[in-house]
Design a protein around this ligand. Structure first.
Ligand code: NAD
Ligand code: UDP
Length: 316
């Protein structure tokens, strides 16, 4: 039986990963500072003999005996990572440095949850792993983008210098149940706005594109990457590309086709287009997404609907 450490385990992706690891019969330590994570996401495992929960900030070192480190701790939504950009950069740099130090000491393998944001506002489309990106180093997204870039650098330097086994996933926009109501990312925003009967907010004219991966597909990709031989970096995402306006249409068709779409200013450095090339993941991991956006929106809407209903009950 393996001992897994999941940093950021109370967050959206981390909690889905923990479900898979616990269901496989392994031992799991969830580490989180609850900035954007919630205990309710992992509540079903609290008290389980194979599960432990630690409140800790990854910017501080920690000593634990573990076999696998899934390093996910970092706010992922622009509104959250821009709240305290210096803290975000520290989380990426010091957090990854501390986790790599731990991996070296105990001989654990470490998987870094990196991001498509390392490609910045890409001039190459779709993005292969060999593309080195177009990142503004001094803009409002840089704390996150450059933070993840230095985190990747640290991984490969620890591998070269200290023989630490690393795996690096470049995750593209992922959505699904358990995203926070105030997460701020586009899928959640549109669903919550539509469920509340509000207008859907397009930033700009909605012609920018993203490719949305359902959470179960993403977690499967992470598990294959951790267990396989390839270090990455490897793109994990759904290659079906949508404009943001198309996404808004899909959401309002399902909830209330009469709701208006309104345009708001585009945030600084917002990437114009994004779509992963996933040839490497197909070859190395035998992985590709299986859930279309149309299919994934159903359970995601249901999950937001239940949370909003609970909030209404509490308010009543
Ligand atoms: P999330 O915000 O739901 O989860 C992040 C978790 O990390 C939260 O539980 C938060 O409390 C915790 N955390 C943040 N700072 C911490 C710190 N200093 N110490 C300890 N814990 C801390 O976001 P998510 O969508 O689940 O993303 C998880 C990881 O995947 C992040 O590293 C993110 O950069 C990466 N990623 C996610 C996406 C996506 O679309 N969801 C895309 C690319 C990369
Ligand atoms: N976006 C939007 N309306 C919203 C939230 C986001 O039009 O209410 C746009 C945003 O400008 C970006 C895209 O949707 O072009 C994806 O934004 P998100 O914050 O989800 O992720 P990221 O930009 O990090 O890919």
């Amino acid at each position: 039986m393996r001992i897994h450490l999941v940093t950021g385990g109370a967050g959206f992706l981390g909690s889905h990963l923990i479900d898979r690891l616990m269901e496989a019969g392994d031992e799991v330590i969830c580490l989180d500072n609850y900035f954007t994570g919630r205990k309710r996401n992992i509540a079903r495992w609290i008290g389980h003999p194979r599960f432990e929960l630690i409140r800790h900030d990854v910017t501080e070192p920690i000593r634990l005996e573990v076999d696998r480190i899934w390093h996910l701790a970092c706010p992922a939504s622009p509104i959250h990572y821009q709240t305290n950009p210096v803290k975000t950069a520290k989380t990426s740099f010091l957090g990854t440095y501390n986790m790599l130090g731990l991996a070296r000491r105990v001989g654990a393998r470490l998987l870094l949850a990196s991001t498509s944001e390392v490609y910045g506002d890409p001039e190459v489309h779709p993005q292969p792993e060999s593309y080195r990106g177009c990142v503004n180093p001094i803009g409002i997204r840089s704390c996150y983008d450059e933070g993840k870039r230095i985190a990747e650098t640290l991984c490969f330097d620890y591998q070269r210098m200290n023989g630490v086994e690393v795996r690096v996933a470049r995750i593209f926009n992922t959505y699904g149940p358990r995203m926070l109501i105030d997460d701020g990312r586009v899928v959640g925003n549109f669903i919550v706005q539509a469920l509340r009967g509000d207008s859907l907010t397009l930033y700009g004219d909605g012609s920018q594109t993203r490719s949305f991966c359902f959470v179960s597909d993403l977690i499967e990709g992470l598990i294959r990457l951790m267990n396989g031989a390839d270090t990455g970096p490897i793109n994990l995402g759904n290659p079906d590309e949508f404009t943001i306006r198309q996404l808004a249409e899909l959401v309002r068709q399902r909830i209330n086709p009469k709701l208006p779409l309104i345009e708001k200013p585009v945030p600084e450095d917002d990437p114009r287009q994004r779509r992963p090339l996933i040839d490497l993941a197909r070859q190395q991991l035998g992985w590709q997404p299986t859930v279309s956006l149309e299919q994934g929106l159903g359970p995601t809407i249901d999950s937001f609907r239940s949370v909003l209903a609970l909030e209404e009950d509490r308010g009543a």
